[in-house]
Design a protein around this ligand. Structure first.
Ligand code: GAR
Length: 189
């Protein structure tokens, strides 16, 4: 049984989708959801799906508290799904090639500090891009700069608002993120 730990800060639609995808599969299990936001909707979603949760603050993320909690679980993969704090090097060093992130754009475009959620979709529309997409990548110490694992593009020529772009991205994330996690974990056996 491979164990996945998810980090999320917000609504948690990706976390929920990943938990549901692996719910009845014996090879992979979502062991816990970690969040830095006590009010994040992801907590309700994880609770409802009976996945254990951990809430921590910014200090605990970097002072070893979160690392100790992760080490108790010994996950095969750490998945950042809408996690908005910088992931600490101390954890990255202990889990080389075992931490991945999803970004709602075609990196290297529209990455870096401040580029999350709706900010990304607004910037994409402002630049009159014909397409956008998702990037799943390994996490290294710089924002959005780790090795790419998967990208998928989508046309947005008919999108007029950032919400419409967000919907296109949401559909890609729902379809591809769990499958890519599964591929990574099964390949590692
Ligand atoms: C997702 O679209 C994810 O790609 C994005 O935040 C959203 C979280 O939604 N992540 C980033 O922008 C990271 N830079 P969710 O909480 O409903 O899964």
């Amino acid at each position: 049984m491979k164990k996945v730990v998810i980090f999320a800060s917000g609504s948690g639609s990706n976390a929920e989708n990943i938990i549901l995808y692996f719910k009845n599969k014996i090879q992979i299990n979502v062991a816990a959801v970690f969040t830095n936001n006590l009010h994040a909707k992801v907590l309700d979603k994880a609770n409802q799906l009976e996945v254990s949760t951990e809430v921590f603050n910014k200090t605990e993320l970097s002072d070893g508290t979160v690392l100790n909690k992760i080490n108790e679980i010994k996950p095969d993969l750490i998945v950042l799904a809408g996690f908005l704090l910088k992931f600490p090097e101390s954890i990255i060093e202990q889990y080389p090639n075992k931490i991945i992130n999803i970004h709602p754009a075609l990196l290297p475009k529209y990455g870096g500090k401040g580029m999350y959620g709706m900010n990304v979709h607004q910037a994409v529309l402002k630049n009159k891009e014909a397409e956008t997409g998702i990037t799943i990548h390994y996490v290294n110490k710089d924002y959005d700069e780790g090795e790419f694992i998967f990208q998928k593009n989508v046309s947005i020529i008919n999108c007029k608002t950032p919400e419409e772009v967000a919907q296109k991205i949401h559909e890609l994330e729902m379809e591809y993120f769990p499958k890519e996690i599964e591929k990574l974990l099964i390949r590692k056996t």
